[in-house]
Design a protein around this ligand. Sequence first.
Ligand code: PMM
Length: 284
Amino acid sequence: MTRPRVMGIVNVTPDSFSDGGLYADADRAIEHGRQLLADGADLLDIGGESTRPGATRPVVSEELDRVIPVITSLVAMGAVVSVDTMRGAVAAAALEAGAQIVNDVSGGLADPDILTVVAGSEAAYVAMHWRAHATAMADFTDYGPDGVVESVRRELGERLDAIIAAGIAPERVLLDPGLGFAKTAEQNWELLRGLAAIESLGRPLLVGASRKSFLGGLLAVDGQPREVGEREFAHAALVALLAQRGVDCLRVHDVRATCDALAVVEAMGSGVAAVGGIRQGDAS
Ligand code: PMM
């Protein structure tokens, strides 16, 4: 079993559900990225558009102003950087600034130009399952008689075909079931239980469950969802299970907790207790 890559999230946005406004300023975002690397992130995902349900989109120039200075600085520090964008123009500028991965939550549906941009580069491409922009996605949770798992598998398969037709080699593509995007809480759990179906498309999987509302709902008391910032223990448990399932990349806010969970999985899997500098026989 190989350890999943840990993708640390840097949202340079005023309005993300999980950390909106905390890193909207470039200096803060850069410092946050540096901290995530120190915490053990393998790569950083930098985004300038919130996709929270109902969010309105920034204009292109605004998105560029948010992400490009942050990407440039973190690349200069030696970070492997992914840009979280649905726009070809932003992807092109981010690749120019040194990003190596394009993370497109729309899988090429929002702006087909993005596929042309990626095809003309050597970047990896994350294609997430998506049905509509944030203002409308809550209206697209009907998956009909096939159900969510089979529908997401089919729709992602169609995206993969379009991505390959646009000239992106399949070896460069990761697929993501898109937890929380046009999905109810129960549909998210169904997808997590049914990941094997998505895996059958033959590409590595990326999963983004961190801080999402289905975890808040799971931990609700008297109908009150657990606060966004207090979902990290449930998420760490999920991280361990996803690592055992062979998921390739985890998109997370809490890099330290994620790496701790992965260290436990690794120790249990290999039978070696000496991980991360702890000596065997050291009972302290
Ligand atoms: N979720 C969000 C944003 N970008 N990208 C991928 N590939 N997968 C996701 O699940 C995903 C994403 C929304 O979460 P955030 O507002 O905490 O960044």
